[in-house]
Design a protein around this ligand. Structure first.
Ligand SMILES: [Zn+2]
Ligand SMILES: [Zn+2]
Length: 320
């Protein structure tokens, strides 16, 4: 089914109206004596007085930019099948993470494993799990809002995230390594030197577990887009108790006003970051310092979203 958010999701239409209202409420900040940050209410995008021209053209500029992005989303089912090269990249990354944890446990247990060392290892892994959700949120927010497909190193990832917003179903069709491999190579820059040069067991275990979860978040993300009937019962249970990001939680990211729910490991940090206006404040600071506006400030909420795969798509080619 191809539809606009308005026709398929009543709540999206409500969000559109809410966002419009907020755009209009910017007028009250026309007063040159109003300090944008002191007037900041956590939801409204306030732009400094000197940059008034930008404010008027912001919606148009961002709309044009978004239009050019994510359009090259591959629709050929063959591109969703895992290749040996993609499997190799996944094996290297997860191999390095496993070695980090093994080396960390080895350092702890070099003179026998004491109870406090086992507790420290477990606590480190728990800390890595807890903070990895925050890490995915900040990363996801940055690529959703800044840069373009021409950005060095991250251009492909940035364009792919825009494509994901236009065609959310594609993530559910990719085979495992095909979906995961995109973020497997860059973290090797951190995991490899840590493995070779660091001997502190807590550092080793933290980097191993944190990196593995950040990369696996693409799989947790894919699960959050699947129907209950398509999910293994263990995954469903993990989503329901909040160990993995839930379908409802991530669904909010794909609905108007398109400016929150960026965390995709457990989703634990989503209400904390969204309710505190953390990202809006960060966007204000970046805008004040550089003049670059985030894409979520655009008032365009009516872009076409293709919710489901076209009828018969991938038949005979995509086998999970
Ligand atoms: Zn996104
Ligand atoms: Zn998504």
């Amino acid at each position: 089914m191809t539809s606009t958010p308005e026709s398929s999701q009543p709540s999206a239409a409500d969000g559109t109206a809410a966002k419009r209202e907020r755009q209009y409420s910017l007028d009250e900040f026309d007063d040159p004596n109003v300090d944008p940050m002191s007037s900041y209410d956590g939801t409204t995008c306030v732009i400094t007085d000197e940059l008034e021209v930008d404010r008027r053209t912001l919606g148009t500029t961002l709309r044009e930019q978004i239009k050019t992005m994510g359009g090259e989303q591959l629709m050929d089912p063959h591109a969703f099948v895992s290749t040996d090269e993609q499997r190799r990249q996944c094996a290297m990354l997860f191999g390095s993470c496993a070695l980090l944890v093994v080396k960390g446990l080895g350092e702890f247990g070099a003179d026998g494993f004491e109870a406090w060392e086992a507790a420290a290892a477990l606590a480190t892994a728990a800390l890595a799990y807890w903070t990895s959700d925050l890490g995915t949120g900040i990363f996801h927010w940055s690529v959703d809002n800044y840069g373009s497909k021409d950005t060095p190193l991250l251009g492909k990832v940035i364009d792919a995230f825009q494509g994901h917003h236009k065609y959310p179903w594609t993530i559910t069709k990719r085979q495992w390594a095909n979906n995961i491999h995109t973020t497997c190579v860059a973290p090797l820059v951190f995991t490899t030197p840590t493995l070779l040069l660091n001997d502190r067991p807590t550092d080793l275990i933290f980097v191993g577990v944190f990196t593995a979860l950040i990369v696996l978040s693409q799989q947790f993300h894919a699960w959050s887009h699947m129907k209950k009937s398509e999910l293994p019962s263990a995954v469903l249970a993990a989503q329901d108790i909040g160990l993995l990001v839930g379908r409802r939680d991530h669904g909010q990211h794909h609905k108007a006003p398109f400016e929150g729910h960026y965390c995709i490991v457990s989703g634990y940090w989503n209400p904390i970051l969204d309710d505190s206006g953390f990202f809006r404040k960060l966007e204000q600071m970046i805008f004040k310092a550089t003049g670059v506006a985030p894409r979520c400030w655009s008032d365009d909420l009516n872009f076409i979203v293709q919710e489901d795969a076209p009828e018969g798509w991938g038949k005979g080619i995509i086998t999970k």
